[in-house]
Design a protein around this ligand. Structure first.
Ligand code: ATP
Ligand code: MG
Length: 319
């Protein structure tokens, strides 16, 4: 597959998704970057900003086998993974598989469930396998989790543990729509072109064949990342651990994530090589959820975003 073909497929996915999701171009782009690199993403935003709708639309566009788990305070780990049930007729235990056995999983409102339940997702996300009663069951090779959550100030009941957050390649932040987009949404709301109606009508189609997705992922590995840029990228991640206001910096998984995301960003632009701008743009969603500031700096009103911007300004771009 050539770079142009790669861009074609990505554009098709982008276009089909934007039939339902009005505006939010950057969000759609980042979601596709996670999907096309075979990674999990965390979608964050205030209530009613179309987080759930976005993930449902992506599932349709990808034609992936799809399940949704609504996280609630009383959700138990077994509600996610499944349970062994005694079968009287056959006189043996048999596994009733939980909703995690799918290709594309929407973990909706993930911070509404306690840590124990959230952690049932942990092993699955990293190992693409689930252990039930000491027996390990594999998940599909392309198993992908998209979790949604409201910002901490809104829910905050059970914030995700750090180890869990690190497993998400990107945090995708959805911001309030621009006026013209909100106007378009208002106008479409009562018509057959309402976002939900399009999805329900079956007007949104799968635009990617499963084998195409695999070919695409292989193609991403062929996108050139110059030696100096690898150094640049590593220095950015390492700087998060040395910054004076940071308590916990990003780990090596962030380095891997930034490499993949930068390559996918190049592919979306139709290039077969990574530029410093790809790295800078992707550093924000790759790093944001992995950093914890020292409390004294947080009280002063410093944000993780500002720290990332400072780091990007400090590190010289290789020529
Ligand atoms: N940019 C947008 N494009 C299309 N529809 C939108 C957009 N923004 C909001 N909506 C509409 O807002 C409604 C809420 O969407 P959704 O349920 O996905 O929100 P949510 O972010 O998951 O909210 P919650 O945090 O409460 O679960 C939907 O009816 C959707 O049609
Ligand atoms: Mg929702």
């Amino acid at each position: 597959m050539q770079p142009e073909q790669l861009k074609d497929v990505l554009d098709r996915a982008r276009q089909e998704t934007s039939k339902v999701i009005i505006g939010q171009e950057e969000v759609i782009e980042r979601a596709l970057i996670a999907i096309f690199t075979g990674n999990h993403a965390l979608v964050e935003g205030v209530p009613g900003i179309a987080k759930t709708l976005l993930v449902r639309t992506l599932a349709r566009v990808l034609g992936a086998e799809f399940n949704r788990i609504q996280f609630t305070p009383d959700l138990m780990p077994a509600d996610i993974t499944g349970t062994n049930v005694f079968n009287l007729q056959r006189n043996e235990f048999s596994l009733i598989k939980g909703p995690i056995f799918t290709s594309f999983l929407l973990a909706d409102e993930i911070n509404r469930a306690p840590a124990k339940t959230q952690s049932a997702l942990l092993q699955a996300m990293q190992e693409r396998a689930v252990t039930i009663d000491r027996e390990t069951h594999p998940l599909p090779a392309n198993f992908t989790v998209f979790a949604t959550q409201n910002p901490i100030e809104y829910e905050g009941t059970y914030p995700l543990p750090e180890a869990q957050k690190d497993r998400f390649m990107l945090k995708i932040t959805m911001k309030a729509p621009a006026r013209d987009h909100e106007l378009a949404l208002a106008q479409r709301t009562m018509t057959k072109q309402a976002p939900e109606a399009l999805l329900a009508d079956g007007q949104i189609r799968a635009v990617i064949a499963p084998d195409e997705l695999f070919a695409l992922r292989e193609q991403l590995a062929a996108i050139t990342l110059r030696e100096e840029l690898i150094g640049y990228l590593v220095d950015i991640v390492r700087a998060t651990r040395q910054h004076e206001s940071v308590l916990v910096g990003a780990g090596p998984r962030a380095t891997q994530a930034l490499i993949m995301a930068s390559r996918a960003s190049a592919a979306l632009a139709g290039r077969d090589f990574v530029t410093p701008d790809d790295i800078k743009t992707m550093a924000v969603p790759v790093l944001e959820h992995r950093l914890i500031l020292r409390p004294e700096f947080e009280i002063e009103g410093l944000s993780v975003l500002e720290v990332i911007q400072q780091i990007l300004q400090q590190i010289a771009v290789p020529r």
